[in-house]
Structure formats: structure tokens, C-alpha cells
Design a protein around this ligand. Structure first.
Ligand SMILES: [Zn+2]
Length: 467
């Protein structure tokens, strides 16, 4: 039996993760992500996926982030009706994230219709809320750490990755005609000292390893994140400004709420209102509350006075009207809104109103992909285009890198050092080319592993021959 892999996304880019495996006549897709960021990447969402959809037998998801799950509704729209495997908390998050992604697609199509810039007439969404709903009956969720048979020759097991709620690495055992082989997909790896998530578990053996490399060329400063966060907030408070934080609804928002309320309770920053202006962030926070076994925000911590889920300084804003009322805010406060890379959602109207104000601050707390407004801000652009207008950037732009949900270079290497034997092949995925190639060099130099590859988009490899 032969085993082949084809990289349909998440290769030399951090979005669109899709890894196609042919295991004999069993065909499966690990992750089913949407391309985001640069227009040339986003265009791929509309193109042929690179395999006939009705030949795919199963999909496995590492976690719920849209760049790993957001193509599923499109896959279903093209006729996919087989199982989608993921962890239980990932399944719960998908019920929030996929309909939201569909709504964004629908909004974009409506906007394009109004502006007349789409080549479709009338402009079509990539998928609709109905397409997103069609995914849910296919989901088969399973706990961590248990082997699950998904085919007579293939078993998988989820391992704790510490990236966001539900995030897993996937171990895959393949029974060939003569030999058994093991594949390991790292998924997105979390950090070793995250305030909310536990560290990623170590895996000792893989014949073939696929490892992410988002921060493969970056060492996140060892600064004390909370100290710096306090200093930034205090600076803005002194000039009577507002701190605007674009954050992923899932993961970073909960970490921020935890850190900010603790700083207030310890008297290190003034008691300000924290406005969580995102219905999805509110629902995701509820899921963190529901699945307390998978993170550190447990009851013991809550009874300590840091009740992040029910803190008097937190204001949850669900309605559009409440959201708009924040535009009038002229005294110190913190606004957390999505999306995290400023590509859409309510953060846009906040940026539109806050960027021209010298006293305010945009605080970036996560990875900002190429082609996003977040990256433009990070790189110091003086004008940002929002709602078709050029908005001047007078507000201070700051980055708090230590809050990233991704392992940095040293942490990736720390995780890799858990392997007791050298994998036959290692593929560096989920990183822009400079990050992925830096990671390859590090692995070759430090561990002397050979056969380390940075695959290209749509490239195929034969993993095993006649096993
Ligand atoms: Zn992720």
C-alpha cells in the first residue's frame, strides 16, 4: 500500500490549511481552512480545491480557527457528505464560528453588489449560512487521548496542543500490508507559559511529522507580558484615551479578560470598563466556562477573586446599537472587538473612529498576516483604507507579542526536542516562507534531522511505498 500527501493549503502561508492524504484507496483531508489575507490567497477560495470533492472520504480538524475549518461549508456546498472528525470543544466552537464566517461572506457579497466591484452578477457569497449549517450533521466529535478508528487501516488520536480551546495535534496510525506507520500533525501549537492554556504535550515518535512554523523565525521577547500590558494601559489612561484591542474571539479575548481583570484587582491599572464588543467573543467566553477541564481558568482561580467570567468591570455588548454607542466614548476605557487581524467585523467601525485620535491606542495582540489591515498598522502605514475611505493613523499602534497563541521559535524547538527518534520526513507547514525556511535551518542545525522539507502550495510527496 502507498501513502501520498498533497499540500492544498497552509504551505508557505499561514492560512488555508488543507493536507490531502491518500492512504491506499482511502482519501482524507486534515484541516479544511479558508485562505485569508492577501487577495491572491483569498482568490484560491474560489478556485478548484485541487482534488475532486466527491472522492474525499473523511475530514479531520485540528482546531476550530477559520483558517483550519472555514472551507468546510464550501466543501459541503460542493457535495461533501462524509464525516468531519474533531474534538468535542472544537465541535462546540464550530457552531459559533462557521455561521459567523458565512455571515461575513454574505455581507461581503452584499457590499460588492452595492459597490459593483464583483465579477459575479449579482455577486455571490463563497457560501451561505445554510451551507454552514449543512456541516453540523457530519461532525463526529471525540475526546482527547483516545484512539478512534476512522477506517479499517487508519486510527487517530487527539493530543492537547494548548493553542485554543479544543486545539489538538493529531496522531495517525496507518496499518499497511506489511508495516504500521505513524503520522503526526502538530496543528497550531500553543505556548509553554500561557496564562490560560496548558502547555502542549510532547510526542515521542513519528515516521512523518508535519509541524507548524508561524513564528519559526521569531523569538518572542521574554518580557513580562502583564507588566507591559499594564504599562501600555496606564500610558493611554494618562492621556485620557481609549485602548482598542482587535482580538480573535476565541482564545485571545479570554486571555485578555483574565489578564486585565487581574491587573485591576491587583491595583496595577485603574478600574476601567472593558467592553467586549463581539457577540461571538461573548459566546466563545461562555464555551470556555463550559469546558473548564481544558484550560487554567478553573473554579479555584475564580474563587480567588479573579472571576473572569463574571467580573464587574466587564461589559458584554451584543447588539449593533450598543456597539455603535462606543464611538462616542471619550474617557479611558478598553474595547475588545473582532476580527483579530482587522479584516472585517465590528473592529472596522472602531478603527474608523479611533485611528484619527492621537490619545487612543490600537493594541495588536496576535499574528497579523500579510495583506491584512492589522499588518499595515503594525508596519506603520500612515493611512488605512476602511469602508472605501482613507483613514489617517494618528492613534498609537502597539504590539504585545507575548500574547500570541502560537509557540515561538524556541518553543517550537522545545516541542520538537520531545521526539526520541528522527522522523523519516519532516514537513514545515503553516508559516510564511521566511519563517518556514528559518525553521528548517534550525531543525537541521540543532537536531541534525535530515529530509526536512518546506512544501509548496499544491506540491505532492510519496510518503510510503508498498508498506
Ligand atoms: Zn489557530
Amino acid at each position: 500500500m502507498d501513502v501520498n500527501i498533497k499540500f492544498l493549503g497552509g504551505a508557505r502561508s499561514v492560512t488555508g490549511s488543507k493536507y490531502l492524504l491518500d492512504i491506499g484507496d482511502f482519501r482524507l483531508l486534515v484541516d479544511c481552512g479558508l485562505f485569508q489575507g492577501l487577495k491572491e490567497l483569498r482568490r484560491r477560495n474560489w478556485q478548484d480545491i485541487g482534488v475532486e470533492v466527491n472522492t474525499i472520504d473523511a475530514v479531520i480538524l485540528t482546531h476550530a480557527h477559520i483558517d483550519h475549518s472555514g472551507y468546510l461549508p464550501r466543501l459541503c456546498k460542493q457535495g461533501y457528505q462524509n464525516p468531519v472528525y474533531c474534538t468535542e470543544s472544537t465541535a462546540a466552537l464550530l457552531e459559533l464560528l462557521l455561521p459567523d464566517a458565512a455571515q461575513l461572506q454574505e455581507e461581503e457579497a452584499r457590499y460588492a453588489a452595492k459597490k459593483g466591484y464583483s465579477k459575479h452578477n449579482p455577486p455571490l457569497p463563497l457560501y451561505t449560512t445554510e451551507d454552514a449549517q449543512a456541516v453540523f450533521p457530519l461532525i463526529q466529535s471525540q475526546p482527547f487521548d483516545e484512539w478512534i478508528s476512522i477506517h479499517e487501516r487508519v486510527k487517530i488520536r487527539y493530543r492537547y496542543a494548548g493553542h485554543i480551546l479544543g486545539a489538538a495535534m493529531v496522531e495517525m496510525l496507518i496499518q499497511g500490508d506489511h508495516q504500521q506507520k505513524k503520522l503526526v500533525f502538530s496543528g497550531d501549537l500553543g505556548r509553554y507559559h500561557d496564562p490560560v492554556m496548558h502547555p502542549p504535550v510532547h510526542i515521542e515518535h513519528a515516521d512523518v511529522l508535519l509541524v507548524e512554523s508561524t513564528y519559526g523565525n521569531r523569538q518572542v521577547e521574554k518580557e513580562e507580558v502583564t507588566e507591559r500590558l499594564a504599562a501600555l494601559v496606564n500610558r493611554v489612561v494618562r492621556r485620557e484615551g481609549v485602548v482598542l484591542i482587535p482580538a480573535f474571539s476565541v482564545g485571545r479575548t479570554q486571555t485578555l479578560l483574565f489578564l486585565l481583570t487581574r491587573l485591576m484587582d491587583e491595583g496595577k491599572i485603574p478600574r476601567l470598563f472593558i467592553y467586549v464588543d463581539s457577540p461571538m467573543a461573548i459566546s466563545a467566553t461562555y464555551l470556555y466556562k463550559k469546558y473548564q477541564d481544558y484550560h487554567k481558568l478553573k473554579d479555584e482561580d475564580l474563587s480567588d477573586g479573579h472571576d473572569v467570567f463574571n467580573h464587574p468591570q466587564i461589559r458584554y455588548y451584543r447588539t449593533q446599537q450598543a456597539s455603535m454607542s462606543l464611538n462616542e466614548l471619550r474617557h479611558p476605557a478598553i474595547i475588545i472587538s473582532a476580527s483579530g487581524m482587522c479584516t472585517g467585523g465590528r473592529i472596522l467601525h472602531h478603527l474608523y473612529h479611533r485611528l484619527p485620535r492621537y490619545e487612543d491606542m490600537v493594541l495588536l495582540v496576535g499574528y497579523q498576516a500579510e495583506g491584512t489591515r492589522g499588518r499595515d498598522l503594525l508596519e506603520g502605514k500612515e493611512m488605512i483604507k476602511i469602508f472605501g475611505e482613507h483613514v489617517p493613523v494618528h492613534a498609537e499602534v502597539a504590539m504585545l507579542a507575548g500574547l500570541s497563541a502560537h509557540a515561538d521559535r524556541e518553543e517550537l524547538l522545545q516541542w520538537l526536542s520531545g521526539f526520541k527518534a528522527v522522523p523519516k520526513y519532516t514537513f514545515i507547514i503553516h508559516g510564511e516562507t521566511p519563517a518556514a525556511t528559518a525553521m528548517k535551518e534550525q531543525i537541521e542545525n540543532r537536531f541534525e534531522w535530515r529530509h526536512v522539507f518546506v512544501p509548496n502550495f499544491m506540491e505532492s510527496f510519496r510518503l510510503f511505498d508498498g508498506i
